[in-house]
Design a protein around this ligand. Structure first.
Ligand SMILES: [Zn+2]
Ligand SMILES: [Zn+2]
Length: 192
């Protein structure tokens, strides 16, 4: 599995392009024009770390290009996708609401998604930064979204943050990250 980091125009959020054998998956979906050149063959799906708008604003456009893709998130992530208030895009001045809820498949803690013949990824519920944070993990890598960004203090002062949950989630992630490569939700200049 090849992994490419794409730094997006909004808040330097990071999306990741996972490819193998002419199939592609994304972790989060920001600037479509920056992601497209890295997509090889079919875009199978998007694994969401959480539904803050800086991680999802490209989704509607991407689904028009790849209508069969599946968006993986948890129940509260779906609620964020459907509410420009919960995903904060309303306050950014460019409301984002998912046009096609049928594209979403819900995951719970420990659920696995088969990405490629030889790669399965696991969803870990890691709330705190927001209620819907999902950390995605394989044996080698971990996609931490805004739950854990090396060298940066986790943002826990948002309206739906929970500092106690965040501390537990961060401890779990730090443990898992000891033996895995960390792919965080932002390049370190600007966090939301
Ligand atoms: Zn973010
Ligand atoms: Zn966030």
């Amino acid at each position: 599995m090849k992994i490419v980091q794409v730094v997006n125009s909004i808040y330097n959020s990071c999306s990741y392009v996972l490819t193998s054998d002419r199939r592609t998956w994304l972790v989060d979906c920001g600037d479509v024009d920056r992601l497209l050149p890295h997509i090889d063959g079919e875009l199978c799906g998007v694994l969401l770390t959480h539904a803050h708008f800086d991680h999802i604003y490209g989704l509607n456009h991407m689904i028009t290009l790849f209508p069969r893709l599946t968006v993986y998130t948890c129940q509260s992530g779906l609620e964020g996708l459907l509410s420009d208030k919960l995903n904060f895009s309303r306050y950014y001045g460019d409301p984002v609401v998912l046009d096609s809820p049928d594209s979403v498949k819900l995951v719970s803690n420990g659920d696995k998604v088969q990405l490629f013949d030889d790669v399965t990824i696991q969803a870990l519920m890691t709330p705190g930064h927001s209620p819907d944070c999902v950390t995605w993990m394989t044996d080698e890598v971990i996609f931490t979204g805004d739950c854990f960004i090396p060298g940066v203090k986790m943002v826990t002062n948002l309206p739906h943050s929970d500092k106690a949950q965040a501390a537990l989630s961060e401890a779990l992630i730090r443990d898992l990250a000891m033996t895995r490569t960390v792919y965080p939700g932002h390049a370190p200049e600007n966090i939301e």
